[in-house]
Design a protein around this ligand. Structure first.
Ligand SMILES: NC(=O)c1ccc[n+]([C@@H]2O[C@H](COP(=O)([O-])OP(=O)(O)OC[C@H]3O[C@@H](n4cnc5c(N)ncnc54)[C@H](OP(=O)(O)O)[C@@H]3O)[C@@H](O)[C@H]2O)c1
Length: 322
């Protein structure tokens, strides 16, 4: 099979496509003929040598894919060969064939093509698990998402809006701010020039914050919370060690949670994928949530795709096809 390999660690130039032996499905696993995969920030970290795959996962990069079922391991009866599916992976997506636990395979939501479906599993699973399963965002609550025009952000704005929340998003350029508003944000905040704490405080505080910045925004995110607010940190783009003012958190009866999807056990990922199919896919099928794809390119352009992401030159997702 064709697969992306990393020659040493470093910039996008270390990525190349070569031939490797295809994997075989083990007990409880599904073999997928990959039609498309998509780029995640974690992929760029793995390429740089900072984010090794969890034990047992493929060392080929790639956290999601779409394609057709090509084989079934012992004990799998939920799928049949030829089914069109998409999947949440712990690795291995940048290859023509991948094996994945059956519970992390999902049907395609209605109204999207097989290629577009590759842009959905990671963002849908991350947003569903953090914003709804962990932070319990409810109808009518105020929701702040940082990086509203990125892959996670575009899904978070749409899903939170579709579920009746009042959405605030930060972004770093006029085009990206406009995209956040188009997707449903009531206010798009330019993080280079405006103070999101002031905007949210004026509005009454954020009930839920989904944060990609980590340390750099920790104090300000807590300041932006409403009473009973929930901050969920999923990224460390602004560093790992911040200062938490316990008295502010205590006064607000707030909470701070941080999660990582990739290292969760298969049982938890299976539960998340079930939640996605039940709660997110109907929104995709009725058109209230759309995959936002910056560009679809052949797998041979993988280095350019990583460069685009690291330059912040994209909005939404970057899809790679086989
Ligand atoms: N924990 C998990 O399980 C999990 C799962 C998936 C993703 N993530 C994390 O979630 C984050 C977003 O992932 P993604 O796939 O959406 O990546 P992405 O498309 O590259 O988005 C990154 C975002 O960061 C924003 N950003 C950069 N500097 C900022 C600042 N100072 N303030 C606010 N926003 C800023 C960018 O905004 P502009 O482009 O507008 O500048 C961009 O929207 C990453 O940190 C990723 O590692 C975590």
């Amino acid at each position: 099979m064709r697969a992306v390999v990393v020659s040493g660690t470093g910039g996008p130039e270390v990525l190349g496509v070569t031939d490797l032996p295809a994997p075989e499905p083990g007990p409880g696993e599904v073999l997928i003929d990959v039609v498309a995969t998509a780029v995640n920030r974690a992929d760029t970290l793995q390429r740089r040598g900072f984010y090794p795959p969890p034990p047992g996962a493929s060392d080929i990069i790639g956290l999601e894919c779409s394609g057709r079922v090509a084989g079934l391991g012992p004990g799998v009866d939920a799928w049949k060969v030829g089914d069109e599916v998409c999947a949440l992976l712990a690795g291995g997506g940048y290859a023509e064939r991948v094996v994945v636990p059956s519970g992390q395979v999902m049907p395609l939501p209605g109204g999207v093509s097989l290629v577009e479906a590759a842009a959905l599993p990671e963002v849908a699973a991350t947003v569903w698990s953090n914003v709804f399963m962990t932070a319990h965002l409810r109808d009518g609550e105020r929701f702040l998402v940082h990086g509203g025009a990125g892959g996670i952000g575009t899904m978070a704005i749409q899903l939170a809006t579709a579920r009746g929340a009042e959405v605030y998003a930060t972004a770093g350029s006029p085009d990206k701010l406009a995209l956040c508003r188009e997707l449903g944000a009531v206010a798009a905040i330019d993080y280079r020039e405006e103070d999101f704490v002031a905007v949210l405080t004026e509005a009454g505080g954020a009930d839920v914050v989904l944060d990609n910045m980590g340390a750099k925004y920790l104090t300000r995110n807590v300041d932006a919370l409403a009473t009973g607010g929930r901050l969920v940190v999923i990224g460390m783009q602004g560093g790992t060690k911040g200062e938490l003012d316990i008295s502010t958190l205590l006064r607000k009866r707030g909470s701070v949670t941080a999660t990582s999807l990739r290292a969760r056990p298969v049982t938890e990922k299976t539960a998340i994928c079930c939640g996605v199919v039940e709660n997110v896919w109907p929104r995709v099928a009725d058109g209230s949530v759309k995959p936002v794809i910056h560009e679809t390119m052949p797998i041979e352009d993988v280095a350019r795709a990583h460069q685009l992401m690291e330059d912040g030159a994209h909005t939404g997702k970057l899809v790679l096809t086989f």
